[in-house]
Design a protein around this ligand. Sequence first.
Ligand SMILES: NC(=O)c1ccc[n+]([C@@H]2O[C@H](COP(=O)([O-])OP(=O)(O)OC[C@H]3O[C@@H](n4cnc5c(N)ncnc54)[C@H](OP(=O)(O)O)[C@@H]3O)[C@@H](O)[C@H]2O)c1
Length: 502
Amino acid sequence: MIDYNSSLSGDKDLSAILVIFGGTGDLTHRKLMPALYNMLLDGLVPDHLQVVAIGRRDKSEEEYRSEVRASMDKYSRNKVDEKIWSRLNDMIRYYRFDFRDHDGYSDLKTYLEELDKNSETKGNRIYYLAVAPEYFETIVLGLHKSNMVKTAKGWSRLVIEKPFGKDLITARQLNQKLLEVFEEKDIYRIDHYLGKDMIQNIMVLRFTNSIFESIWNNKYIDNIQISLTEKLGVGTRGGYYEHSGAMRDMIQNHIMQILSLVAMEPPVNLKTDSIRTEKLKVIEAIEEITPEFLRDNLVFGQYGKGVIDGKPVVGYREEENVPKDSGTETFVALKLHINNFRWAGTPFYIRTGKRLGSYGAEIVIQFKNMPNLLYFNDNNIQEPNLLVIRIQPSVGVFFQFNTKDFISHHGIVPTKMDTSYESPYQGNTPEAYERLIYDILRGDSTLFSRWDEVEAAWTVADKIIGYREQSKVKFPNYDAGSMGPIRATTLLAKDGREWWNI
Ligand SMILES: NC(=O)c1ccc[n+]([C@@H]2O[C@H](COP(=O)([O-])OP(=O)(O)OC[C@H]3O[C@@H](n4cnc5c(N)ncnc54)[C@H](OP(=O)(O)O)[C@@H]3O)[C@@H](O)[C@H]2O)c1
């Protein structure tokens, strides 16, 4: 893996034109441009980078730049320094173009070639598709037909955002189209969770600490819980969410990626493909998912009205662009097993949802208790050892272990060590985008999803989505501000366990 601390600035070999389709959109303003600004601040942008933002709207370059400047004030994690901003300002171009216009690509090509000559960007291109997924194919075909991909000069990389298809079939179709134009190694499928610090830290924690790795298996671990919970509702994104739901929005991508990092075998080296191959094996080892299995191990939910942080909020069906009889899930809890030697018998509990009582992303590893023979607390129990990997908004590691109770002088108490600190920006994700854009420039695709990983995750997710579409769960079934449907609690209670909210 690359050294994120090494500075790029001045390294001409990484020069490129970053072409953003969707340059006037929300993603560009909220995440991509602030990420570029902060990368400049940290010396992570090559001197010869040019940014061409493509949009349909009629505006001058100056207008566009001043809109980006305004977004910087709102979304940058660092206060804007005018000197740094003026460097980014000079790199940004606005190019007006309707990407459905097939004839327009040759003009774009000429424009980029001109820019190449004047900016020493060496023919290198990053095509970032910050547009709705239904346009991915149109744009890629347009680039192909105008010979903008495989040129004698420089490299071309394609960056796409989620969702990657809406099921296995559409994902395969899309992938086929992309592979006709780009090689797999040049396709960067963004899963911004992989750019988060603590996600990258999972492998380091596991594979550099013998105290963890030596007990990281079914002999010592009772269960593992992965929770990605949100207080927010769907806001203005009801139209998108209605066709996605929690399964497609969170489980198929982010949670499957986290699960594979937590459960994978050590890779033989840190090469991209060695890591991705081990991650893939985890998804392939997930136990067979049948309707009978899902009946007992899966809980869907949809929020009704309730109270979040003291304020009343509406239910999902009352949100903008959501039908009154919507059957879309805003919550999923799932228990599954990974059937390999390391994990057979250790359950993984997964949950994600919107409008819950807490916000955060955490992995809880609960270790098995010692025989309850010698020491216990006043309630006659031993608290388990817990290792919590906090991803957001707190970032760090929490560890709980038992010590003598010095106050009562009998029994034991759990001692809690917490290295985590509050990092509001982990929730906002510009840091993740900084890391990911940096890696795209460097040509390191370790933190992006390889096609076979996406395919394996869809194979699992499709079965669950198919089951949801057939099952008649009565929605809404949890109040906003709660921790989801009651059945999510019983899912663990029937195994004698509970969700940890630490
Ligand atoms: N926003 C987020 O936080 C977020 C997070 C994760 C993933 N994503 C994904 O990122 C992608 C973009 O999302 P977004 O929220 O940024 O969408 P958005 O705000 O709706 O922006 C869409 C962009 O596409 C451009 N566009 C649409 N049709 C066009 C056409 N025919 N020709 C040229 N430009 C056209 C729009 O340009 P004009 O306005 O000039 O027409 C606009 O710049 C989606 O795939 C989304 O799922 C977004």
